[in-house]
Design a binder for this molecule. Sequence first.
Ligand code: 5GP
Ligand code: ZN
Length: 120
Amino acid sequence: VPGHDANCIFCKIIAKQIPSKVVYEDEQVYAFHDINPWAPVHFLLIPKVHIPSLAQVGGEHAALMGHMMALVPQLALQEGCNPYPDGGYRLVTNTGAEGGQEVHHLHFHVMGGPRPWLRG
Ligand code: 5GP
Ligand code: ZN
């Protein structure tokens, strides 16, 4: 697979070498439930191409990034996070060591569900 990094845990998840609970999949992206959720709903949206972090994203990725951003509200609704009238969700991308990034394959955390998890 082009853009696959054999040592990357998320590339292994994309390749189904490591099992995961799918939220959504197409030719460009994969979304799956986080194994250690911080919120009642917590899934990760990742590109299939191995991009280490948001710091490596450039203009050549504009279409892919647009596709991913447009998927976030659709998948959040699918997973039960409806901002209307009073639900909602967060979108988080940890970037680099001081950004708290632990897996070095670009991923967007989508987190939501009943509070109080957001407080504090
Ligand atoms: P980071 O700290 O890099 O932004 O977040 C990495 C996220 O990936 C964490 O929330 C962690 O729970 C999740 N994660 C790490 N390994 C696995 C895995 O093997 N399967 C799944 N589903 N999630 C994982
Ligand atoms: Zn990877």
